[in-house]
Write a protein that binds this ligand. Structure first.
Ligand SMILES: [Zn+2]
Length: 380
């Protein structure tokens, strides 16, 4: 049911196809984040129309509301949300670890308080597998400990050891659940930790590989506040440490320039809330001017499209002057139209990277693209 085929490679950059029970994902591919089973402000038809192939949902949020058992009884997260393509659920680890002050970590799991009503809850590796089984996404993520960026070596070492012990427990429970009950065919991805310590990353990746034949790998613990050069070096370490015939999902990345840098270092799948979150703040990405904020006065009477090179529904119909008006007035439509554009921007970047890798022109194209994007973007 799960397979990864490499179609082409250029340096470390790869063009592949990841097959899941709900369809195939050509990679590199950006995955829109649907935290609560919805990509904020958009319908699933719109998410489909902008070319997204795989969508994320969030274990922590769906567990709290409406509850994983209810989602199961309604047919699972695909049937519930009416998303027909591949889906991935994260483990909820990142969210509960972010609840600083209201959570307690121990070797068995994490105790935390709901951000909605303050009620007490506990996640263990086994329980997180049970929740994700009930939600029924194609890919489920192992429960891991993600220490903050900039943590010291001892903290990173402890997190690696705990993540490894939890991975064994996740894999055991995942296997039992797959046998015990009829249900969806799912793949479990481990999450790699080790912060930006090269030898820890290398050793952790090696020990994770010893634990099983994984269908793919999640790269965690990056984009959490570390310096960019440290992130790129870490990805190069992992490029050497991971098998080439499995997809690599770089969690929480990214912005357009980060996406291209990570593709160049062998990453295949990406997710980030930035496209929709930025849209809610009136910020959009453009290929000629980098990141722009539509509130800027210079857009007041600008009758050009948001991005002349973009093929999204927003750029095809509306001009900058109208979009600026919607943003300044706080209209809901502004969030919708900018979300459609920002998501299409990243999805299209993955599509173009894939075709460039296929024809062997990725590296030159990436350098030109980044130079243009960053030069203009720094003007804002
Ligand atoms: Zn557009």
């Amino acid at each position: 049911m799960f397979d990864f085929t490499l179609d082409a490679a250029e340096g470390s950059a790869r063009a592949g196809r990841f097959t899941t029970p709900h369809g195939e994902i050509p990679t590199p591919s950006f995955m829109p984040v649907g935290t609560l089973g919805t990509v904020k402000a958009l319908s699933m038809e719109e998410v489909e129309a902008l070319g997204a192939r795989m969508v994320l949902a969030n274990t922590y949020h769906l567990y709290l509301r409406p509850g994983h058992e209810l989602v199961r009884s309604l047919g699972g997260v695909h049937e519930f949300s009416r998303w027909r393509g591949p889906m991935l659920t994260d483990s909820g680890g990142y969210q509960v670890f972010s609840l600083a002050g209201t959570r307690r970590i121990h070797d068995d799991g994490v105790e935390f308080k709901s951000h909605i009503d303050g009620s007490a809850h506990s996640f263990t590796p086994e329980f997180v597998m049970e929740i994700q089984r009930a939600l029924g996404a194609d890919v489920v993520m192992a429960f891991d400990e993600c220490p903050p960026g900039g943590c010291d070596r001892a903290t990173a070492e402890r997190a690696c050891a705990r993540t490894l012990a939890w991975l064994e427990r996740c894999a055991k429970r995942f296997g039992e659940l797959g046998c015990e009950e009829p249900g969806p065919s799912q793949a479990l991805f481990p999450v790699l930790q080790g912060n930006v310590f090269d030898d820890l990353r290398d050793e952790h990746a090696r020990r994770v590989r010893e634990l099983g034949e994984w269908a793919g790998f999640g790269i965690g613990g990056l984009s959490v506040g570390e310096a960019k050069p440290d992130m790129w070096r870490t990805l190069e370490v992992l490029d050497d440490a991971l098998p080439t015939d499995r997809p690599r999902y770089l969690m929480g990345v990214g912005y357009p320039d980060d996406l291209l840098e990570a593709i160049a270092r062998g990453c295949d799948l990406f997710d980030c809330v930035a496209p929709t979150r930025n849209a809610r703040h009136g910020t959009a990405w453009t290929s000629e001017e980098g990141q722009v904020n539509l509130k800027a006065a210079r857009f007041r009477d600008d009758t050009g499209p948001l991005d002349a090179a973009c093929d999204c529904a927003t750029c095809g119909r509306y001009d900058r002057a109208y979009l600026r008006h919607l943003v300044v007035a706080g209209e809901w439509l502004a969030m919708r139209l900018l979300s459609i554009h920002n998501l299409r921007f990243l999805v299209r970047l993955g599509e173009e990277a894939r075709s460039r890798i296929g024809e062997g022109s990725f590296d030159g194209w990436r350098r030109d693209w980044l130079q243009r994007y960053r030069k203009e973007g720094s003007r804002q």
